[in-house]
Design a protein. Structure first.
Length: 352
């Protein structure tokens, strides 16, 4: 089985594409499905946002969801029995690919695919986020909580080539979910810290979305700092969720080297002719305060990085999953982490 985050996400945030200028209006799209079901896009958005608090599964009945959870707990329990030292990646990055193809396969508009993709991000972060106590939690819950960093590729610098109507609606969803998530208990209690990777100062970014993301980032950072100052938390029980928005690996390197050149010209770094080491570039990247990803998962069947975390991915394990992002559930994630645990990471060295 071929297995593949990343930054929304989008923490419960990410893409939905309604339609042109009827976004959030009372006008409904009618979609022909096997059941000739009518989909209300406004309802889809509200449902996705409601999942921030309820974590209700849009795509599965409760019985199916319970079955998936039971299967996952069985897998993890068996692994706990077979190997008490499960190698769980500290930092997982996701390339959340396959929303449009999922919609096409289900005879639905792309907007519904993005809605389901956003819902999947919400569920993913819920799976990974720390709890106040591990008492009475399932094996899989404790297993996933060992991940400390989650990066989601939400919108790339190359995505500007998409139709303007699609971009506009993606941004609308990001903005609305960011606003809703500001009120989430995990944010207010300092359990999740949001970090934005990318150029939000780009004048093509809507001011409403920019303000919502900046506030979410600030509020979450303040809540986590307050919790740490009261000795209620350390870095091991705060989940850092990075949303890569208007981000590209090459663009990140360009802006970092431009900053470095300015620092050299101002005499702030080293005298001319002195060797520059990797650390001088690393600390000027958007990802400066983050550890390199241990595992990068790309869903949707494509086998490429698509300009994602190019500097940081030097020794990441790359897992490419055929599962489309809206269907990438906890079982698929556990399988990817299990695959990662079997890798022999030598970082260019050789075992004796």
């Amino acid at each position: 089985m071929r297995l593949s985050l990343l930054l929304l996400c989008s923490v419960p945030v990410l893409t939905l594409s309604f339609a042109c200028d009827i976004v959030f209006s009372s006008l409904r799209w009618r979609c022909t499905t096997r059941q000739n079901q009518q989909f209300d896009l406004q309802h889809q958005v509200s449902t996705a946002e409601g999942n921030i608090n309820s974590h209700h599964n849009l795509t599965q009945s409760s019985s199916t969801h319970t079955s998936a959870r039971d299967k996952l707990d069985t897998l993890v329990s068996k692994k706990n029995t077979d190997d008490t030292s499960i190698d769980v990646p500290r930092h997982i990055a996701f390339i959340c690919d396959g929303n449009s193809r999922w919609a096409e396969l289900n005879s639905l508009p792309t907007s519904i695919g993005h809605a389901r993709g956003a819902d999947r991000v919400i569920k993913l972060i819920s799976s990974l986020r720390p709890r106040q106590s591990e008492t009475n939690q399932s094996d899989s819950s404790i297993y996933f909580r060992r991940v400390q960093y989650c990066t989601l590729f939400a919108f790339s610098t190359e995505n500007w080539s998409r139709p303007k109507s699609e971009i506009d609606t993606i941004f609308k969803l990001i903005e609305r979910v960011a606003i809703q998530y500001q009120q989430h208990d995990a944010i207010k209690n300092g359990q999740i810290q949001i970090q934005i990777l990318g150029d939000l100062d780009d004048n093509r970014i809507p001011s409403g979305m920019r303000n919502a993301l900046n506030k979410l980032q600030f509020d979450s950072r303040e809540a986590c700092s307050h919790r740490q100052s009261n000795n209620d938390a350390d870095e091991n029980n705060i989940l850092i969720v990075c949303l890569a928005i208007n981000y590209g690996g090459r663009a990140d390197l360009l802006q970092a080297t431009a900053k470095l050149a300015q620092a050299i010209a101002a005499g702030e770094v080293v005298p001319p002719g002195t060797t520059i080491d990797e650390a001088e570039i690393t600390k000027r990247l958007y990802t400066a305060n983050l550890p390199d990803p241990d595992l990068i998962i790309r869903t949707g069947g494509e086998n490429r990085l698509s300009n994602f975390l190019l500097w940081n991915a030097a020794y990441a394990e790359l897992c490419f999953s055929d599962v489309l992002w809206p269907d990438f559930d906890e079982v698929a994630l556990e399988e990817a982490i299990t695959w990662y645990g079997k890798r022999n990471r030598r970082f260019g060295g050789r075992e004796d």
